[in-house]
Write a protein that binds this ligand. Sequence first.
Ligand code: 13P
Ligand code: SF4
Length: 300
Amino acid sequence: MEIVEEIRKLRKERGAVILAHNYQRGEVQDVADYTGDSLELARRAATVEADVIVFCGVYFMAETAAILNPTKTVLIPDPTAGCPMADMITGEQLRAFKAKHPGAMAVCYVNSTAEVKAECDLCVTSGNAERVMATVPRDREVIFVPDQHLGGHIAEGEGRTYLLWPGYCPTHARLTAKAIADARKAHPGAPVLVHPECPKDVRDAADERLSTGGMCRYARESSARTILVGTEVGILHRLKTENPDKTFIPVSESLVCPNMKKTTLENLAESLREMKTRVVVPEGIAVRARRAIEAMLAIR
Ligand code: 13P
Ligand code: SF4
């Protein structure tokens, strides 16, 4: 394919590395140097040696890369690829929430803006939330933003109460417990994996609640031949490519994140050709946001 050749040529000329989230279009994942979940991509972005990082994902992910590796040029092919959940709380709203609960620790899901991260003590991803929160003393009150469902999931596991912001992922909100029951009927015995961004009744109806990276690991290690997948459908490309001998069935075909689909081979090529759009986080915000992200990355 001509465009793939052009991307490869431009990547070399620019000294760029292409990072892609597991929800990206299959053809974008195929041309990327590395595909992963939010945690894996943040770790990769922090240590990349290339001068340019092209981030195929949504805006907060590119911001995280720019915060972690400020001397690099971070590009996003479509700067309008936002995360509606990340935009459900502003820095000002978080400051007001914190003012009502002085002494509480402020924790953000990585799916948040740099401005919100700057207000937080600690950041988590769906891939490390339990591990990271286990380091927070049990008697400490915790504010968790913006995802009520991931927050609820961690709180349930710990048995402590979190002060949750009512944000949610509009894509995962479309998955229902009925869709899981129907999929189980159609494929008896197949394990059901869902993302912890799903509502509680959906999480309860599943066998495993995993980050996208966790799903990739589960798929590799499981002896199940058929696996039912309850998350954004972009992950099926990677699951099928890495496990050609297994069958992966989406619990619902409607789980498409429109923002994750905004990156195409065309705008990826354009991004490299024209070196756009650069993601820059103002230093005053970056310094504070970096503390919350690095505190998370320090916990293995
Ligand atoms: P993970 O890939 O970290 O599981 O996150 C899912 C997601 O919704 C990213 O926007
Ligand atoms: Fe945001 Fe949900 Fe899309 Fe992830 S899948 S980027 S949480 S809207």
